[in-house]
Design a protein around this ligand. Sequence first.
Ligand code: FES
Ligand code: FES
Length: 160
Amino acid sequence: MPEITVTVNGTEHRLDVHDRLLLTDLLRDRLRLTGTHLGCEHGVCGACTVLLDDLPVRGCLVLAVQADGRQVRTVESVAPDASTLHPVQQAMADCHGLQCGFCTPGIVMTLVAMHERDERPATDEVDEALSGHLCRCTGYRNITEAAHRALGCEREEARR
Ligand code: FES
Ligand code: FES
């Protein structure tokens, strides 16, 4: 069984893993980071999105061994402290984009990656990024509004 070293949310872990273990199962079952959700488990819904070396990936399409020597961030790492939300999380709350919350962690991780690039994306770029996420509650309007607010699209539009 291969041994991997992976840094998750800033903590280094050395773990023996089966070749076929998925990154999502490593996170949820071995490390008990259950904020990362599993929906379709074949790369369609985006619920399992985490950051691998700062880029969003479908955790259900990544093998744990592929994370060897790399940095993983999950939704548990996003808030700066226990009483403060990340701007993306705050926007989701403010715009009532949370609903049941099942798809939310994956969406938050996609938006956090865009937020960190700090490029003030256009609304259609944000909408395209959101199109990689399926929400079973289907309340996309508030999620989209939250994403635009978090990434500064409203301000961008106001300048046009
Ligand atoms: S659970 Fe990974 S994309 Fe749906
Ligand atoms: S908020 Fe319920 S699945 Fe998206």
